[in-house]
Structure formats: C-alpha cells, structure tokens
Ligand binder design. Structure first.
Ligand code: GRF
Length: 205
C-alpha cells in the first residue's frame, strides 16, 4: 500500500465537503489524512467542526495582508509546514494567485455545484434554475489560473424539476458532492490521476 497522502483543506464557511473528506479518510475510503484545515474566516462553522473532529486547524485572515499574493504566500507556507501533498478547496471563497497554483500545480482540487463549463462562479445552482436546465450536478476539477476552469476529474448529474428552487437543488447537489469529492481525492491518493492537457486520465485499478 502507498504512503497515505497528506491533505490540506481550505474553507470559508460551513465545511460539509471538508467533513465528508475527513470522514472518508477516517473510514479508509481515502488513503490519506487531513493534515490541515485552513479558513480565511474566523467564525466559519467548518473550522469549529474540524477542531471538534480533532483536526489541525488554522485561521489565516486575508484582511491581515496587503495583497492576494502575500495572503497566498502565508497559506502556502502553512500547507508546506504540514507537508501537504494535495490541497482541496471546499467552499473557499478566495481566488488563488498564479504563485499558489504554481506551488501546487495539478495538486489543487475544487468542487463546483454545477456541470462545468456551465455556470461557473458564484451560485451555480441558482444560475442553473434561472437558465432553465433540466440537468445539473457537481464537478470536481483541478484548479488552474482561471476561475472554475481546470481539468475535470469527476462529474455527477442530478435532474432539475419544475418545482425546484435554489435551495432544493442545492440540497440535491450537495448529496452528490459528498460522494464525488471523496471519490476524486481517493483516485489522487491512489496515484491514479494523470493530466494530459485539459483531460484527466484515470488509470485502471
Ligand atoms: C459547495 O456547494 C461547493 O460546491 C461550493 O461551495 C459549497 C461549499 O459547501 N464550492 P460546504 O462549505 O462544503 O458545506
């Protein structure tokens, strides 16, 4: 068996995806462990929940730095200090600078609540409802310099009904987020992901 990977999770809020990753690490579904949870928001409920699970947590305020680069540098340092192999963005509401992306090239993942490239940016579920699509879902992708743009690892679809609201659709999508994210991270930790241009190739078991 491979050495378990060390995972850093960046959050800004509720942290339910972070908790689904932590649970999957604990149960052995992911061959890895959460080495650090960073929040840029002091009162993020996810930060408290992570601490209650016994995870290492750190609050790094973006307001304490004069530029995005300086903030990102502090976060990269914190991740490196915990020897993090993979960075998972889980409701982290800050754009990453090119310096951060270079430091962890093809080692940063994000989860987005829509089927990219449809509905990037904020409130993907609301955008889907407003557009009138009949299917939406969740996307786990590697992070590159552009917003919600990097190579796609896993996508899962859900139906969108006429009676759906932003809330009901978000709830349906969140359920599949909690399955898709651990699955993608597990593939990474098992060394099964290879990036070729925009395409992610998954090696057979
Ligand atoms: C999720 O919907 C995720 O797709 C998006 O932000 C939300 C974070 O939720 N990037 P949580 O903090 O993981 O509960």
């Amino acid at each position: 068996m491979r050495e378990p990977k060390r995972i850093g999770v960046l959050i800004s809020g509720r942290g339910s995806n972070m908790l689904s990753l932590a649970a999957a690490c604990r149960s052995g579904r992911i061959n890895g462990r959460i080495a650090l949870v960073v929040s840029n928001k002091k009162n993020a409920p996810g930060l408290q929940a992570a601490a209650e699970m016994g995870l290492q947590t750190q609050f790094i305020s973006h307001r304490a730095f004069d530029s995005r680069d300086l903030f990102d540098h502090a976060v990269v340092e914190a991740l490196n200090a915990r020897r993090v192999d993979l960075v998972c963005l889980a409701g982290f509401m800050r754009l990453l600078s090119p310096t951060f992306i270079r430091a962890f090239r093809n080692r940063i993942m994000n989860i987005h609540p829509a089927l990219l490239p449809a509905f990037p940016g904020l409130r993907g579920q609301r955008q889907a409802i407003e557009y009138g699509v009949k299917v939406s879902g969740a996307t786990v992708h590697f992070v590159d310099e552009e917003l919600d743009h990097g190579p796609i690892i896993i996508q899962r679809a859900v139906p969108v009904g006429e009676g759906d609201t932003e809330e009901t659709l978000s709830e349906r999508i969140l359920k599949i987020e909690h399955e898709a994210y651990p699955e993608a991270v597990s593939l990474f930790c098992d060394g099964r992901l290879r990036v070729e241009g925009r395409r992610v190739i998954v090696a057979p078991k």
